[in-house]
Design a protein around this ligand. Structure first.
Ligand code: UTP
Length: 289
């Protein structure tokens, strides 16, 4: 019988050098889009997919990310005393239940594959989701929920994929596609940041995955891949042929908030998606047209 998908790993040990000096003290994942930190969007998305347990793979100076999901007693009391019920309800809704979050340390950022390996005890022998919080998703149905459904349909590994212009494939993990069935594409191969002329397709993997626990054994080889890093892509590639492996053309939009232009676009798109802010945002944008 298929094991239920209950766990998610959120790797947040990166240095966020592209956002210095903002990220000198502040974790990149605490940067807000409109009024909510990136990490909150990722946790919300995972909870909407039925995820119950979270593991943050952190580095130095990142403990505030775990605190963000704790109960803030003093703040709650103050809000209560001031009759700010809406804000209070929102805060309570964002906190995670007791025991639902753990963190582990990746002392040195040796790569995304290494970060996932650091969560091995948490993962155990269960399937798990991975969410990279700097990929921010604007979807009617949570992107992780879409992957969870695909996992239940295929019984194996599923990664969210999207098409990019061919000249940009060298920035991503790229799949070698097999048969297509609706939004699902069979994955026959995976390569991280291939030179444009060697890329097997322009279907790239974004920061959302549902993987089987066996990937950990492959990551434990600590093989260095593209950029001298221990790549998750290389570990996943070793599962192909042994387990079902599919790409899912997810429904929705992705914003690369690890990149300045992507982060700024996300601010606009998320403000336009909000009833309370859309009219003001349209007026502001009109001034710059
Ligand atoms: P990035 O490639 O965006 O790196 O990582 P970064 O350090 O966060 O940011 P820049 O490039 O210096 O601005 C993609 C994701 O993988 C995690 C990051 O936290 C981010 O979620 N990651 C990457 C780790 O947790 N550990 C690593 O060793 C590498």
């Amino acid at each position: 019988m298929l094991k239920p998908l209950r766990k998610a790993v959120l790797p947040v040990a990166g240095l966020g050098t592209r956002f210095l000096p903002a990220t000198k003290q502040l974790a990149k994942e605490m940067l807000p889009v409109v009024d909510k930190p990136l990490i909150n969007y990722a946790v919300e998305e995972a909870r909407a997919a039925g995820i119950e347990e979270f593991c943050f793979v952190t580095g130095r100076g990142k403990t505030m990310l775990v605190d963000q999901f704790d109960v803030a007693y003093e703040l709650e009391r103050t809000l209560e005393a001031r009759g700010k019920q809406k804000e209070l309800a929102m805060l309570r809704d964002q906190a995670l239940p007791p025991g639902a979050i753990v963190s582990t340390r990746q002392q040195t950022p040796l790569g995304l594959g290494h970060a996932i390996w650091c969560a091995r005890s948490f993962i155990g022998d269960e399937p798990f989701a991975i969410l990279l919080p700097d990929d921010l998703m604007l979807c009617d149905t949570s992107c992780t929920a879409q992957l969870a459904e695909a996992y239940r349909a295929t019984g194996g590994n599923v990664v969210a994929i999207e098409e990019v212009p061919m000249e940009r494939v060298n920035r991503y993990g790229v799949i070698s596609p097999g048969e297509t069935c609706g939004r699902l594409v069979e994955v026959k191969g995976l390569v991280e940041k291939p030179p444009v002329e060697q890329a097997p397709s322009n279907l790239t993997v974004i920061g959302r995955y549902v993987l089987m626990p066996e990937v950990i054994g492959h990551l434990a080889r600590f093989e260095k891949g593209a950029g001298g890093e221990i790549q998750l892509t290389d570990g996943m590639a070793r599962l192909i042929g042994h387990q079902p492996f599919h790409g899912l053309r997810y429904e929705g939009r992705r914003f690369d908030c690890g990149d300045k232009a992507g982060f700024l676009e996300a601010q606009i798109a998320f403000a336009l998606a909000r009833e309370d802010l859309a009219p003001a945002m349209r007026e502001i944008l009109g001034r710059y047209a």
